[in-house]
Design a protein. Structure first.
Length: 459
């Protein structure tokens, strides 16, 4: 009995342990992504590109509609209802005009009328609208490219912002470690009765530690926000364990081409220029299509009409047409001309105004896009030079800090030397990382401004 009880308790213990293990949260496996992989994922999941693709589909449907006007259009009307009875004797040998209407003599009829219109020449109404729709598709494709470039620009901003926040966090942790060691040394020197340190130095160390803790919390907050923004931009869940493939914020030691090459690339590849060029051609076609309304449409028309009614005699006479019992068909060449007083002129003026507006946009882009490229280029040069300068400065400040801490440890220097050295070191090193961040952002902005080819999406 005792052995059975022991076995039961062991089984219950194992079950409890298994329950605790299954209830414990299993951490999600890390997802390691490089910058290019983040860009690809963001482009695959971006809702803006889905909207742009819908715009392209809409423009394509307008082209299909314009093309369809080249083909015949058929109109069919079918009727069924009551009709009066009639016989040939009512018009033979003379036409009787005093036959009364009687409800009890009504019969039924059914009829079908069909017309077919085949456009032959419309003075540009169809062809110009087809041109406008074709160029409109290219406008929407260029707009999609522009949106993709903006997405890539944002991914770079979030990615490097995350790296900057992490570098700032590591910097603050490094300073906190130096302050902790200095405070421990200060207590030790006070206990030994050293004249190189006093209570004020402890207060200063505590105050400086509090400031460092404040900046640490700000760095953690910046890191969390940048990480959340990057996940959202890529369509990842908020609890995804994202790990960046790049751990440190470093500058790329590469030669920067001249400004002229960037301006040339921007003028040749910028999607806004293509949008404007295609838009101008579309607007030109729409102006011509509006002007075509001044002229008629030449068409080939066909007619088929059939009707049948019971208790009515068929009359085979080309001069008499029975609307309730007949069979007619024919073909004719026709012209349809809609004449208005001012409506067509107003539409032409409206299309010309849109064309002139786009010309102004072209002038604005030709002036401001090179200016934008120049700004990003100067930002890149400034950031690179600043990174070189601040790197030398923070390395010297680091040596200064090490010397001040060593002197304080040996009781040869005051605590204020540590504060001054740490302030210089933290300022210069944070400026160094900000310069690297600015360098990468300026490079991303230049890629945007020159429409740098995007990484191919994975199939």
């Amino acid at each position: 009995m005792k052995s059975v009880l022991c076995i039961s308790m062991a089984v219950w213990s194992l079950a409890a342990v298994a329950g605790i293990s299954s209830a414990a949260e299993i951490p999600a496996p890390p997802i390691v992504l490089s910058l290019d992989e983040c860009v690809r994922m963001a482009l695959k999941t971006a809702p803006e590109l889905g909207e742009a693709e819908s715009d392209i589909a809409l423009a394509t449907s307008k082209l299909d509609e314009a093309k369809s006007y080249r083909f015949p259009q058929i109109s069919i009307t079918a009727l069924a209802g009551p009709a009066p009875t009639a016989s040939q004797s009512d018009i033979s040998p003379i036409v009787q005009t005093d036959i009364p209407f009687r409800i009890n003599s009504l019969t039924w009829f059914t009829s079908t009328d069909a017309t077919i219109i085949q456009p032959l020449y419309t003075f540009g109404k169809i062809s110009e609208n087809m041109k406008a729709a074709t160029h409109g598709i290219e406008v929407d494709r260029s707009r999609k490219q522009q949106r993709a470039n903006e997405i890539v620009q944002k991914v770079h901003e979030y990615y490097y912002g995350l790296l900057l926040a992490r570098e700032m966090r590591e910097l603050v942790l490094e300073i906190e470690g130096i302050l902790i060691k200095a405070r421990e040394k200060a207590h030790k020197l006070l206990d030994q009765g050293s004249d190189s340190v006093d209570e004020v130095d402890l207060y200063k160390l505590d105050a400086f530690s509090g400031i460092a803790t404040k900046y640490l919390e700000e760095a953690k907050k910046g890191e969390a926000l940048a990480l959340a923004a990057l996940k959202a931009r890529m369509g990842m869940p908020a609890d995804a364990n994202l790990v960046t493939g790049t751990e440190r914020l470093v500058i790329v030691d590469a030669e920067i081409p001249g400004l002229e090459s960037y301006v040339g690339q921007g003028n040749a590849r910028r999607p806004e220029f293509k949008q404007i060029a295609e838009g101008l051609m579309a607007r030109t076609a729409l102006v011509e299509a509006a002007k075509a309304n001044y002229y008629p449409d030449i068409f080939l028309g066909g007619l088929f009409s059939w009707a049948y009614a019971d208790n009515r005699d068929r009359i085979n006479n080309p001069y008499i047409n029975d609307p309730f019992k007949h069979l007619n068909a024919g073909v004719a060449l026709g012209a349809r001309w809609k004449i208005d007083f001012g409506i067509t002129g107003a539409k032409v003026a409206a299309e010309r105004a849109q064309y002139n507006r786009l010309l102004s946009t072209k002038e604005y882009a030709a002036t401001n896009i090179p200016l934008q490229i120049k700004k990003y280029y100067l930002d890149l040069i400034e950031a690179k030079n600043s990174a070189v300068a601040t790197r030398s400065a923070y390395l010297n400040a680091k040596k200064w800090t090490v010397t001040a801490v060593a002197n304080f440890d040996f009781g040869l220097g005051p605590a204020k030397d540590i504060f001054e050295a740490l302030q210089a070191y933290s300022s210069m090193r944070s400026d160094y990382f900000k310069s690297i961040y600015n360098y990468h952002i300026a490079a991303a902005n230049l890629d945007y401004a020159t429409n740098e080819p995007l990484p191919a999406l994975e199939k």
